[in-house]
Write a protein of this length. Structure first.
Length: 307
């Protein structure tokens, strides 16, 4: 079975940055370290940080009494950030710069009198944070259907959750063209998200089965699975290698593997090794992906191995 791994699978810039910031906090010491919510949307990484480095995720700002608070990569609500400073916590901001910029756009648009539409998932922490930075009329919608009945507005401003698909942003923008005299759009979709989705689409078109690796609480990973499944129905979303089933690979000659932006390399490697383990050691054509980077840098959108 030929195995193709998407080149950009795994940690994005914002996630790497957040993990590095957390690591620096541990090295500096100085009291307990907490995050408000998981620092990234990968349960295995969050547990590893908790077990190995005593970085503890908290559900509510009121649970944190002292020490250092790391602001997660998705950001937090403006009022929670204010509360952290009021409590005298040492605040270390690991918010992804792309999320931070979107927060600024929401604030600016509402101050300029725009009705703001955030293209995203209402219950996602990034979106809840974005909404909190506005001072006026804000609407969250993930589909055009959710905007049915929207009255005509003088001014509409549009931003997107950074992990949304460009197609969804285009659909909602097109709908809003008929609803406003003035329309201002900021394409706040992270470039890494767009690249990852494009690579996964290309890969799904060429394989008999797709494996999407990443946390089930990760919006960008769920979206990768959704996009791949629309092209290749035999698509499976897993968090860890143990979830794979032998029956998935029956009759599969070409297998594609991609992963969300918060999926660490060690989990991706484990999946690759489990797939390779289905073929006896020394099988002709078998190849070992690089220990650190199982994807080709530059060139084609995927690297190949056999399992």
């Amino acid at each position: 079975m030929e195995v193709l791994i998407a080149r950009s699978a795994g940690f994005c810039f914002g996630v790497k940055r957040a993990i590095n910031i957390a690591s620096n906090c541990v090295e500096e010491g100085g009291g307990g370290i907490s995050t408000l919510g998981p620092i990234i949307h990968n349960p295995q990484v969050v547990k590893k940080l908790e077990d190995s480095y005593n970085i503890h995720p908290k559900k509510d700002i009121n649970e944190i009494e002292g020490g250092t608070l790391i602001i997660r990569s998705h950001g937090v609500k403006a009022q929670d950030l204010d509360a952290a400073y009021d409590k005298g916590l040492k605040v270390v901001d690991a918010t992804c710069p792309f999320v931070k910029k979107t927060q600024e756009f929401v604030s600016r648009l509402t101050k300029e009198g725009y009705t703001v539409i955030v293209v995203g998932e209402k219950e996602h922490p990034e979106v809840k944070g974005l909404v909190s930075y506005g001072s006026g009329d804000i609407i969250v919608a993930s589909t055009v259907e959710e905007l049915e009945g929207l009255p005509r507005k003088k001014k509409i401003g549009i931003v997107a959750q950074t992990t949304q698909s460009l197609e969804r942003l285009k659909e909602i923008t097109g709908f809003c063209l008929t609803k406003a005299s003035e329309l201002k759009i900021y394409n706040t979709i992270c470039n890494a998200t767009s690249i990852r989705q494009k690579e996964s689409i290309e890969l799904a078109r060429t394989v008999d089965c797709m494996i999407v690796v990443g946390g089930r609480n990760s919006a960008n990973t769920r979206r990768l699975a959704e996009i791949c499944r629309s092209i290749q129905p035999k698509t499976y979303h897993i968090e860890v290698a143990d979830e794979m089933e032998e029956g998935w690979f029956e009759g599969v000659e070409r297998l594609g593997i991609t992963a969300g932006a918060s999926t660490p390399d060690w989990i991706i490697h484990d999946v690759i090794e489990r797939v390779k383990g289905r073929t006896p050691a020394g099988a002709e054509g078998a190849s070992e992906p690089d220990a650190d980077t199982p994807r080709a840098e530059g060139g084609p959108p995927a690297t190949k191995t056999r399992g």
